[in-house]
Design a binder for this molecule. Structure first.
Ligand SMILES: C[S@@+](CC[C@H](N)C(=O)[O-])C[C@H]1O[C@@H](n2cnc3c(N)ncnc32)[C@H](O)[C@@H]1O
Length: 449
């Protein structure tokens, strides 16, 4: 066995000089781990299809699902438990003196105990030989098929997470945001609970996430890169780099980063740095400026979306994103196409407070709404009509409340808000309808490539 091992291709070398030579090859080696994983997945899937066919022909109703020992459901579930639930579990397992332990220590104790007490029973299981590994197939228990584990950072109220919660192929394991009210709203809507947490702490040495993410999603704060900001790159700009450092720490198979397109100009120094870090970490990048009305979202919002795939080629998601388009040209067209009541009470003109009075504030439903912002101001009595305004009569204009902008952002009617800072968290969000597109594009690629 060689002493030196290449992190990318797992080749080993007994001599350091050979190892160093390997690392500085002209054509760098490829990352193999994800290829091995997909080979295993494919082989297991084929074997399961074969077995299912056999069972169906034997007229049995047993569902076959896989239980890869390293991914016992038990382990997946405990990472989502609260401290109280973990303490209860410890008690059940007879683990003593645990009340002073933190969450990750409790998880470790339970995992250690499970390995000893939960020997897989052989009575209902078969070991099936597949090309690359032995896999337990349990014909009695129904165990969920492998889901991509999602880590969501800067989750806000969950606009970007929404689509990943909708698809059974994803398991949103943890979501973090530092804003209390955003987390409160998030937790009214999704079964996996978000935590109020400073994402920077993930990079501290004693942080334990409790699982290995297959995909990290997030929209780090973009105010420092925005035209509307004061254009100085401060702490918030640093959080974009922090986000990329976290991706490089866990090296998930996929990641998604959402930001403003002007990160490439106003934030050029940060942008160049993060792209270099991602390329050095072997990510293939699909970088697209998304015009939201192309995806049936009735506002002129543009966002930069980077989708990364470890060991992938650049641009693999560009065509799928183009194919997923479903464009609209106005709010009226949106209402007609989706049959969604935006809540305008019959009004055909909407007010958005202009940043300065050289710009107009009134927009017709025969055009798109401008980008939804976190500040909602009613039309002031002193408002002087602008020549570009689509109406010059106050009575035909509605000043939208957060409910209306939530609909324009495509939050479904059923989405609940905690009623605190709603306008801010709605303005910050990725339109949920676009997050559905993202989740679909990624899972389609994952299951067909
Ligand atoms: C652009 S918003 C993200 C919106 C979210 N992607 C969505 O679709 O709803 C950025 C978020 O980062 C959060 N944030 C800012 N600094 C943070 C930090 N240090 N740790 C965690 N979250 C932070 C803010 O509270 C805000 O919700």
């Amino acid at each position: 066995m060689g002493k030196y091992s290449c992190e990318k291709c797992a080749k080993t070398f007994s001599q350091k000089s050979h190892y160093d030579k390997h690392l500085t090859r002209k054509n760098p080696c490829e990352i193999q781990t994800y290829k091995i994983k997909s080979l295993i997945d494919k082989a297991v899937e084929e074997k399961l299809i074969e077995l299912n066919k056999k069972l169906i022909s034997n007229n049995t109703e047993n569902n076959i699902t896989i239980n890869i020992i390293e991914q016992m459901t038990e382990q997946m579930d405990i990472s989502k438990m609260s401290k109280l639930e973990l303490l209860k579990k410890c008690k059940e397992l007879g683990i003593a003196k645990c009340s002073s332990k933190n969450k990750s220590q409790l998880i470790q104790l339970i995992n250690g105990k499970n390995k000893i007490v939960e020997e897989p029973s052989t009575s209902n299981t078969q070991i099936i030989e597949v090309n690359t590994t032995n896999v337990m197939v349990n014909t009695i228990d129904i165990i969920p098929i492998y889901k991509l584990k999602v880590l969501s950072l800067f989750c806000g109220c969950g606009g970007l997470d929404y689509g990943f919660h909708q698809l059974k192929e994803f398991d949103v394991m943890k979501s973090y945001d530092s804003m209390k009210h955003a987390v409160e709203t998030y937790n009214l809507n999704f079964t996996t609970k978000a935590e109020q947490f400073d994402v920077k702490d993930i990079l501290t040495p004693d942080f334990n996430l409790g699982f290995t993410p297959d995909i990290i999603i997030g929209g780090p704060p973009c105010q420092d890169f925005s035209i509307a900001g004061d254009k100085t790159l401060g702490d918030r700009a640093n959080l974009t780099e922090t986000y990329i450092d976290i991706i490089c720490k866990y090296k998930p198979l996929y990641f998604v980063m959402e930001n403003v397109p002007t990160i490439r100009t106003i934030g050029k120094s940060v942008y160049d740095k993060i792209i270099k870090k991602l390329k050095d970490a072997s990510y293939g990048l699909s970088i697209n400026v998304i015009y939201m009305p192309d995806y049936c979202i009735p506002q002129e919002r543009k966002r930069l979306v980077i989708i990364g795939k470890l060991g992938g080629v650049d641009g693999i998601f560009d065509t799928p994103l183009i194919k997923a388009k479903n464009p609209i040209k106005s709010i009226r067209e949106y209402i007609k196409k989706t049959n969604i009541d935006v809540g305008l009470n019959g009004k055909e003109h909407i007010y958005r407070h202009p940043r300065n009075y050289s710009r107009r504030g009134i927009f017709s439903i025969d055009e798109l709404y401008p980008t939804v912002r976190g500040c909602l101001r009613k039309m002031p009595p002193s408002y002087e009509f602008h020549e570009g305004d689509t109406a010059k009569n106050r009575d035909s204009v509605i000043s939208p409340d957060w409910n209306i902008v939530a609909r324009i952002q495509t939050f479904p009617q059923s989405f609940k808000f905690a009623n605190k800072n709603n306008a801010i968290i709605i303005g910050n969000a990725v339109p949920p309808k676009f997050s559905e597109v993202l989740a679909n594009v990624i899972i389609t690629h994952h299951t067909t490539s």
